[in-house]
Design a protein around this ligand. Structure first.
Ligand SMILES: [Zn+2]
Ligand SMILES: [Zn+2]
Length: 362
């Protein structure tokens, strides 16, 4: 079995280079392609047709079921299986998992997983497909709407690209959403289509995207990873347990992202249930010694946050240096750089600060 280990266990190494400064304006291939992106925006408007169709109880139930049901296919299938191979399953359930994920209208399993692997290989660097250092909008959705990442990187997912049925599904990725849309109409009428299908699809998009944006911005950092990943209960609540993102970046090969019983991870509970009936097997988990190691605590240097602040500072400086020659602008750029460095120092101080300070009695 090929194991996708993208980060060394335990204390991280410091060998990766800091991100280079970027020019202010985005390159053409990183800007929204409106010609290909208009359906994405249109789907956001379709739930408003509920003013005409009404909202039935059946449609609301369908919306909730389709949100959490499809979220499971994305988190357990696209993410924990196709991107990380954190457990095993047979060829038929593998295909069904990919098909279930395709109904979420987030492109094919191979496209999704190949780009996600790249995110782990190069988190928070120029090579990261949705680095939060390029802004919240970019990491949330901008990277999907531009031309740069529209193609499937088959080299990055060769282990699954060898299955002809998965390649077929990749080409027919429109099939899942269309079938589910028609089924929603047949189950609950126009309200079922508008609320049950389209509203849940829009919510599902943004729920999934939160893992790429909010999970690198909101929450706490338990492990000293080289990136900005964080653990957030709120994000976990909406994403079937994917909010424990700092855990995940620390040990990506685990089928379980809530490392402790109190970290809500319904995707893992679902996978456990599937393993009990033999549909999936060999669910990988971090050993107890790995869960205990690599903690950000007293005296640790948070290299992930330092890299992020440094990158912001150099980008600011780079932008000014390219667009202005007057001294005032350069002074302002330098000021921004210093402020970022101070924030990095403050972050370091926070992680180094003892929880209880005992003052000497004499
Ligand atoms: Zn991440
Ligand atoms: Zn991942």
């Amino acid at each position: 079995m090929t194991v996708v280990e993208t980060r060394p266990e335990g204390v991280p190494s410091f060998e990766r280079a800091l991100p280079a400064a970027r020019p202010g304006r985005r390159p053409a291939d990183e800007r929204i392609n409106w010609k290909t992106s208009w359906p994405f925006f249109l789907v956001h408007l379709l739930p408003f047709l509920a003013f005409f169709t009404g909202v039935t109880t059946k449609a609301v139930v369908l919306c909730v079921v389709l949100y959490f049901g499809r979220m499971f296919f994305i988190t357990a299938g696209y993410h924990r299986y196709f991107a990380h191979r954190s457990y095993r399953m047979g060829r038929v359930p593998q295909f069904l998992m990919a098909f279930g994920g395709s109904t979420a209208a987030q492109k094919g399993a191979l496209w999704w997983a190949a780009h996600h692997r790249q995110h782990h290989r190069a988190t928070d660097t120029e090579l990261d497909v949705h680095s939060p250092l390029k802004g919240i909008f970019w990491s949330h959705v901008g990277w999907i709407l531009c031309n740069k990442y529209k193609d499937t990187d088959l080299d990055g997912i060769r282990d699954f690209a060898q299955y002809p049925e998965l390649m077929w599904l990749e080409r027919k990725q429109w099939l899942g959403p269309w079938l589910l849309g028609v089924a929603s109409y047949l189950i609950a009428g126009w309200s079922g289509l508008v609320i049950g299908f389209f509203l849940s699809t829009v919510l599902l998009w943004h729920g999934t995207f939160l893992v790429n944006s909010a999970a690198h911005l909101i929450g706490r950092r338990r492990y000293a990873t080289q990136d900005t990943s964080r653990n957030s209960f709120i994000v976990a609540l909406f994403t079937g347990g994917e909010g424990w993102h700092n855990n995940h970046h620390y040990y990506p090969a685990s089928a379980r992202q809530g490392f402790f019983w109190f970290e809500f991870d319904p995707t893992y509970y679902g996978l456990r249930a599937l393993s009990l009936v033999g549909i999936v097997k060999d669910l990988r988990q971090p050993p107890a010694r790995v869960r205990k190691a690599g903690r950000l605590k007293d005296g640790h240097f948070d290299v992930g946050m330092f890299r992020a602040h440094w990158s912001k500072a150099t980008n600011t400086l780079g932008r000014f240096a390219m667009s202005a020659t007057d001294v005032e602008a350069k002074k302002a750029a330098l000021e921004a750089s210093v402020q970022s460095a101070l924030r990095a120092a403050d972050e370091l101080a926070k992680s180094s600060r003892p929880r209880r300070v005992v003052l000497p009695t004499e």
